[in-house]
Design a protein around this ligand. Structure first.
Ligand code: CP3
Length: 368
């Protein structure tokens, strides 16, 4: 028997009868990654690695045995499992959706393959106006497996954010026009300068495809997106602004209304960082050629940054890695927000234990 109710207080009820408001489940919206991307306060610097899902992991190689890359990307259970592997193993602050930048091109019917050790190879390169007929719009019904895989992942990941991604129009155009990976992008640049009208028509088509691929992932529950313009560092700034930026901006605009922060990344883009931010990103990815401090000066404090440990440094003795990781974390404190990452993707021969150690070090040495 309890005490009588005090006057003026609500009547006492037994514990079991009390209406209980469960504490709100932690949401990816409150994760360190999403908060850092928005320039909000964080408990630690979030960390993930480009290409964290992939050949550095023996469990990945085992799952992929005998399954061609594009087929793997069309199999939701496999996509979900491969995406989760590095999250479980390393304890990173985000998952990156396992797919490839050419998946949406294959989905609209472009005849291509991803050749092991080479990369995407396009059967018939795009060079003339009539080639545009082979590049229809991407609608969500063409990629039901992507929606399904994202839904599976979001359910499994709980508070850990999933990053969706797409290739940016310039980088996609390079694969289409060259027919495969290219050092010099000569056919791409020849088309860009030789027939600017056709170039911009191709860019607009690719922006629709890229933007729509981002939107499908964000609508299915991805908490952030990254636009990979991996090869755009091949352009001088004036050419970037004239030929690439408008189309990247249009791809990024496709998710502007969806409350997902947008990360914009390319390799060798020291001269382009401010223009890449201005394309409509909240976060600018910095490769390993430029220090975060120099990048922040070029960005004028307007954007959060992501980066930028040299992936080759992961092969150095731990003391060297540790010193560089600590230095990057320190530099990142001056940014409106910092997401720790490599300056480009994990190299296949990387020792995965080193990635686990780097993850723990970033999370611990940045603890606020
Ligand atoms: O953690 C992740 O980042 C996983 C998802 C992912 C892949 N590709 C898986 C993949 C992402 C985000 C990509 C994007 C991608 N694909 C980019 C942009 C990022 C970058 O590296 O700059 C580019 C340029 C491509 C094109 C591409 N696809 C290349 C250059 C290659 C490598 C070819 C090779 O074998 O060396 C691919 C194939 C690819 N994409 C693999 C993976 C895991 C390897 C295929 C395999 O395991 O058989």
């Amino acid at each position: 028997m309890g005490r009588p109710d005090a006057p003026g207080r609500p009547p006492r009820v037994a514990c079991e009868d009390r209406p209980v408001t469960p504490p709100a489940a932690p949401s990816p919206r409150d994760s360190a990654l999403v908060r850092a991307a928005r320039g909000e306060a964080v408990t630690h610097t979030p960390v993930w690695f480009m290409r964290q899902a992939g050949r550095s992991l023996p469990e990945y190689r085992a799952l992929r045995e005998g399954v061609p890359m594009l087929e793997a990307c069309r199999t939701p259970d496999l996509v979900a499992e491969v995406t989760l592997q590095p999250v479980r193993r390393h304890g990173v602050d985000a998952a990156i959706f396992f797919s490839d930048i050419v998946v949406p091109l294959a989905a609209v019917g472009v005849d291509l393959d991803i050749v092991p050790g080479v990369g995407p190879v396009v059967a018939e390169p795009f060079r003339t106006r009539k080639d545009l007929d082979r590049l229809p719009e991407l609608t969500p019904d063409l990629v039901p497996d992507i929606t399904r895989a994202v839904e599976l992942l979001v359910a499994e990941l709980g508070p850990t954010p999933l990053i969706g991604f797409a290739g940016a129009p310039f980088t996609l155009a390079s694969y289409l026009v060259e027919g495969g990976p290219s050092k010099n992008h000569e056919h791409t640049k020849a088309l860009m300068h030789g027939d600017p009208t056709l170039w911009h028509d191709l860019g607009s088509r690719l922006a629709q495809i890229s933007g729509s691929f981002l939107r499908v992932q964000a609508q299915a529950g991805a908490s952030a997106v990254q636009l990979f313009d991996s090869w755009v560092g091949a352009l001088p700034r004036a050419d970037y602004e004239q030929f690439a930026q408008p189309h990247a901006a249009s791809a990024l605009a496709a998710v502007a209304d969806l409350d997902v922060p947008r990360i914009h990344f390319g390799v060798g883009t020291g001269e382009l960082l401010a223009s890449m931010g201005a394309a409509g990103a909240e976060v600018v990815g910095v490769d390993y050629r430029l220090s975060l401090t120099d990048a922040l000066a070029r960005l004028d404090g307007r954007y959060a940054v992501q980066g930028n440990l040299d992936p080759a440094l992961l092969f150095a003795p731990w003391e060297a890695i540790e010193a560089k990781v600590r230095a990057i974390v320190q530099e990142g404190l001056a940014a409106p927000g910092h997401i720790f990452n490599l300056g480009h993707g994990v190299l296949p021969a990387t020792d995965p234990d080193v990635l686990t150690q780097v993850t723990a070090l970033v999370q611990e040495c940045s603890r606020r």
